[in-house]
Design a protein around this ligand. Structure first.
Ligand code: S3P
Length: 167
């Protein structure tokens, strides 16, 4: 079973992905990390150098061409489901799981470490809340196509596992 974790930046895809993978004894794959391996630079540097369209093209290519083991947890990037036919591809090739979280909670979690996120790095506190609120409106139609939707607040690997396997 391939489990694709999707959701906005800061919702916990990477952290929960690692914990869930440990619980299930599956390997974990982090898509941003795989992109960084290919480009040889942090995502923020690639964004700045090549621009977002180039990043999205590479992200989609890697998502679809990665040599996944039969069973794995994949932590995707926040924008992955919203470009090309990535969401349909994930649905066809695995179980997509949306970790949903309100904009204010996301903003709080993203205040620190925004430098690593090219879409947020130039925004102040109020700007981040506005940006997330707007982006969530745009992205929710993609995210909510997931097979499983979980509340990201107070989420544990056990709750996540239950939600996924009680389909
Ligand atoms: C992005 C989210 C990031 C990364 C890139 C773009 C987005 O991943 O892929 O900075 O568009 O939401 P995380 O959600 O892991 O931060």
């Amino acid at each position: 079973m391939k489990i694709f974790l999707i959701g906005f930046m800061g919702c916990g895809k990477t952290t929960m992905g690692k914990k869930l993978a440990k619980t299930l004894e599956y390997p974990v794959i982090d898509l941003d990390h795989e992109i960084e391996k290919v480009t040889g630079m942090p995502v923020s540097a690639y964004f700045a150098k090549e621009g977002e369209p180039a990043f999205r093209a590479l992200e989609s290519k890697l998502l679809k061409e990665f040599n996944y083991p039969d069973h794995c947890v994949v932590a995707t990037g926040g924008g992955t489901p919203c470009f090309y036919d990535n969401m349909e591809w994930m649905t066809a090739n695995g179980t997509s799981v949306y970790i949903q979280m309100p904009a204010l909670a996301l903003a709080k979690r993203l205040e620190n470490g925004k430098e690593k996120r090219p879409l947020l790095r130039d925004l102040d506190e109020a700007g981040i809340v506005d940006f997330i609120t707007q982006k969530l409106l745009e992205r929710d139609p993609f995210y909510t196509k997931a097979k499983v939707i979980v509340n990201g607040l107070n989420l544990s690997p056990e709750l996540l596992k239950q939600a996924i396997f009680q389909l």
